[in-house]
Write a protein that binds this ligand. Structure first.
Ligand code: NAD
Ligand code: UFG
Length: 368
């Protein structure tokens, strides 16, 4: 199939590209690198052994989005492109609504105009806020606690309303729990700019010596050891779910909303211990006050995804830590944004030129 991957240069998107390419699909990646590096594209070419078609596009710009649909018809669109940091969204709510909502509207409008009828959407467990009980099922109450979460919920609603209005439009809403880990090659992985907000990248940077110690936010939660409990899932398992969701949209011709997690809760200290085992590095930590807005424990009931998609998480916490460590230890500065900013800018120009060539090739695919 021909698939448009919006936000395909990002953390989860790049891993999904690796899996989708492995399944033989032709991909067009669209991204504006607002939170990613053009270097991802070269790495993806090394992993897949195939050209990665790329077009620079900012989903906030309708003309950029329309241009994506000027070439061959897409059998499916996967929409990863969003701003995603909770704290940042509290400081800059308008930027989040502008980027995430207007980008999604433009994409849906362009899909509608082009007759592209299948969408896989990156939603989040954030739509459950602080759930009444765990494990969380898809029919749990939806109540968000921050601007980022509200954009995710509005995006789900926009997509749901479009499905209602156009009975031939199909969407897969995938509610991710806590994606971690990296591609087993160590060539792509998570590379947050600045101080990581999330646990696993922070722990990885402590292990590699970029940060002195982890601050554990709260040791007095009503959990197994007093630290927060989450449902961490390997990004390669998550990536596979996107390919399965596309197959479902094609084969079953129905929309769906599913949780993607392992169904297993893991505490902060359990993750720290697993990472220390996998890396052979000590992870110094201190317990500090709870983080504002945090909740004690959130983990998924993933049984609906298993029933509908035949998907279940296969990789365990040790594999998540091992692969995160391989990525971090072989790329201590990630894609090197800070150190080689100029090189990255130059690389972007090269990738843009390659993208333009790729687009001609992409158009040739349709013609022939
Ligand atoms: P990411 O920031 O690494 O990837 C997002 C990509 O989208 C980046 O490459 C970014 O440059 C691009 N992008 C953002 N706005 C854009 C725009 N206007 N135009 C073009 N490209 C744009 O994030 P990720 O962790 O890979 O997350 C992907 C998706 O999954 C997001 O929608 C996020 O909300 C969702 N999600 C992530 C997590 C998580 O923990 N990582 C959890 C649940 C849901
Ligand atoms: N934590 C620490 N120290 C840190 C970072 C995190 O102790 O430096 C703790 C948190 O308190 C929490 C756990 O580690 O108990 C996980 O925190 P993350 O920030 O990694 O993950 P969250 O579940 O809090 O949030 C993330 C995203 C949300 C998304 C949610 C579910 O940031 O946007 O996963 O997908 F909604």
């Amino acid at each position: 199939m021909r698939i448009l991957v919006c936000g395909g240069a990002g953390y989860i998107g790049s891993h999904a590209c690796a899996v989708l390419a492995e399944r033989g699909h032709d991909l067009l990646v669209a991204d504006n690198f607002i939170n990613s590096s053009p270097r991802v594209l070269g790495r993806l070419r090394r992993i897949t052994g195939r050209p990665v078609f790329f077009q620079q596009a900012d989903l906030r710009v309708r003309a950029d989005v329309d241009a994506l649909f000027e070439g061959p018809h897409f059998d499916a669109v996967v929409h990863f492109a969003a701003l995603k940091a909770v704290g940042d969204s509290c400081r800059r709510p308008l930027a989040y609504f502008e980027n995430n909502i207007s980008g999604t509207i433009h994409l849906l409008q362009a899909m509608q105009a082009a007759g592209a009828k299948r969408l896989v959407f990156s939603s989040s467990a954030t739509v459950y806020g602080d759930p009444d009980s765990v494990p969380v099922r898809e029919d749990a109450a939806l109540r968000t606690t921050n601007p980022y979460g509200r954009t995710k919920l509005v995006m789900e609603q926009l997509i749901g309303d479009l499905c209602e209005s156009d009975p031939s439009f199909r969407a897969a809403n995938l509610r991710y729990f806590n994606p971690v880990g990296a591609h087993p090659s160590g060539l792509i992985g998570e590379d947050p700019g600045g101080v990581p907000d999330n646990l696993m990248p922070y722990v990885s940077q402590v292990a590699v010596g970029r940060r002195a110690r982890l601050q554990v936010f709260g040791g007095d939660w009503p959990t197994v050891d007093g630290t927060g409990v989450r449902d961490y899932l390997h990004v390669m398992d998550l990536a596979r779910a996107h390919a399965d969701a596309i197959d479902y949209l094609v084969g079953e011709d129905r929309s769906l909303t599913v949780n993607l997690g392992t169904g297993r809760g893991v505490s902060v200290l359990e993750l720290v211990q697993a990472f220390a085992r996998a890396s052979g590095c000590a992870i110094p930590y201190e317990i500090v006050a709870r983080r504002a807005g945090d909740v004690a424990q959130v983990y998924a009931d993933p049984s609906l995804a298993q029933r509908l998609l035949g998907w279940r998480a296969e990789l365990d916490l040790d594999a998540m830590c091992r692969d995160a460590w391989r990525w971090q230890s072989t790329n201590p500065d990630g894609y090197g944004k800070a150190a080689v900013e100029q090189a990255a800018v130059e690389q972007a120009a090269v990738e843009q030129a390659a993208g333009e060539t790729a687009l001609h090739e992409w158009a040739a695919l349709a013609a022939g």
